[in-house]
Design a binder for this molecule. Structure first.
Ligand SMILES: Nc1nc2c(ncn2[C@@H]2O[C@H](COP(=O)(O)OP(=O)(O)OP(=O)(O)O)[C@@H](O)[C@H]2O)c(=O)[nH]1
Ligand SMILES: [Mg+2]
Length: 391
């Protein structure tokens, strides 16, 4: 039977479309993360709690108004804008449900402008714990005097061409600088040791039944993360050279048990290391951080941050707090003091940490992203596990 030309053309198009659909379906399943990144994804193993000692609820030992509570010196911390109230309430709801409604740690909200009454009213209604509302001191937020405005303007044009996201947004540069080296100097935080950084519109999926801050203290941990990613190398092209310059004059600052290999082994992204001039671009994704601010306040990090700040890369490039914190931890801290919170189910669009545990809901074990399939290439966890382990 002969078909007319238009019919044959139509059938051809349909066949091609069908083939593309089948190929797409096969390449965009979440199980691809296992094939691409791990022989066996550790998030597929049954996940329990970290080792004892763990401090738990006993009677009213964590009640919000108990003046002799077992809480350690810590706060949940969020730099946030008034306009992000709805998204922040989403994050609060999840963290309160899975953890903080049991332990009642205070929330500290910080903003570059005063919080509105609506912001205060609605956040107060979302927790039984104390809340502090703070404004960033002007001297911590303004563009530093040594930044050359012409060079900054030229750099914006150059890096925008290289598609560095947010390059043209000054507040983004200010935020990255503040999160790198200034937040722990806020007068409201100077007497606080541990912090859990929370951003608007993140999700927490798993019930956590122990005091996470006490875990950090009792196990002598400096930093906890959930997700480990490659960065955009164009945004940090000068960061590693500036770091090498710093190390050359401060060799004694390197920790003998550092994670230099994690910072410099290219893993599966040789082009990143090349474009970032020696840095793999692997970093802890810092929208989630549980950390000991005494590390940032120490002499070593203070000198390192000041060196970077003077180099100007928070503005002439787009150095993020994530690579800056990660390089500092990787070089100047004992890698044993960095903890993967594998049991904390977490999402900041578009990436997840999804443990395999009956304590988790709404998070498919092992899921790394719900975005495009190519996003699996951003996963740097295999490097961390290879060079440091899963402790
Ligand atoms: N108060 C205030 N907070 C800010 C400002 N810029 C960013 N933030 C906060 O800093 C954190 C990081 O900013 P985001 O815009 O989420 O940056 P990001 O996570 O790299 O980008 P996204 O992928 O778009 O979420 C969030 O908690 C924001 O609410 C600002 O100008 N003022
Ligand atoms: Mg964000």
């Amino acid at each position: 039977m002969a078909f007319s030309k238009p019919f044959r053309f139509g059938a051809g198009i349909l066949t091609i479309a069908l083939c593309l659909f089948v190929i797409h379906s096969f390449t965009s399943t979440s199980s691809d993360s296992t094939i691409l990144n791990f022989e066996k994804d550790p998030n597929l193993e049954l996940t329990g709690e970290p080792p004892e000692p763990l401090r738990r609820i006993k009677g009213d030992n964590y009640a919000p108004d108990n003046p002799k509570s077992d809480r350690v010196n810590a706060t949940i911390l969020s730099l946030v804008r008034n306009e992000e109230l709805v998204q922040l309430l989403q994050s609060m709801r999840d963290l309160e449900r899975t953890w903080n409604s049991k332990f009642n740690y205070p929330w500290t909200f910080i903003n570059d402008v005063p919080f509105t009454e609506e912001f205060k009213k609605k956040t107060r209604a979302a927790t039984k714990a104390e809340i502090r509302y703070e404004v960033v001191p002007e001297e911590h937020w303004g563009v530093p005097s040594w930044i050359n405005r012409d060079l900054y303007a030229e750099s914006i044009e150059v890096l925008k061409e290289q598609e560095v996201q947010y390059m043209g947004k000054t507040s983004y540069h200010q935020m990255c600088r503040w999160n790198s080296g200034l937040f722990y100097k806020h007068p409201a935080l100077v007497n606080t040791r541990y912090y859990w950084r929370v951003e608007p519109n993140v999700h927490f999926f798993c019930d956590i039944d122990y005091d996470v801050f006490a875990y950090m203290q009792d196990h002598n941990k400096t930093y906890g993360f959930t997700i480990n990613l490659y960065d955009s190398p164009q945004s940090v092209a000068g960061l590693w050279p500036a770091t090498e310059e710093f190390i050359a004059s401060h060799k004694d600052y390197l920790h003998p048990n550092n994670a230099m290999k994690w910072l410099t082994d290219p893993g599966k992204r040789a082009e990143n290391k090349q474009l970032a001039n020696g840095y793999s671009t692997c970093h802890f994704w810092s929208n989630f951080e549980i950390g000991d601010m005494d590390f940032w306040r120490g002499r070593v990090y203070e000198d390192y941050f000041n060196h970077l700040d003077r180099a100007g890369g928070f503005f002439y490039e787009r150095w993020g707090d994530a690579p800056v914190h990660s390089i500092a931890l990787g070089l100047f801290e004992d890698k044993k003091k960095i903890h993967w919170f594998r049991d904390i189910g977490y999402q900041h669009i578009p990436f997840f940490n999804c443990p395999n545990s009956p304590k988790c809901k709404g998070c498919e074990a092992g899921k790394f992203t719900d975005g495009e399939n190519w996003l699996h290439r951003e996963d740097c966890r295999p490097n961390w596990f290879k060079f440091v382990g899963m402790g």
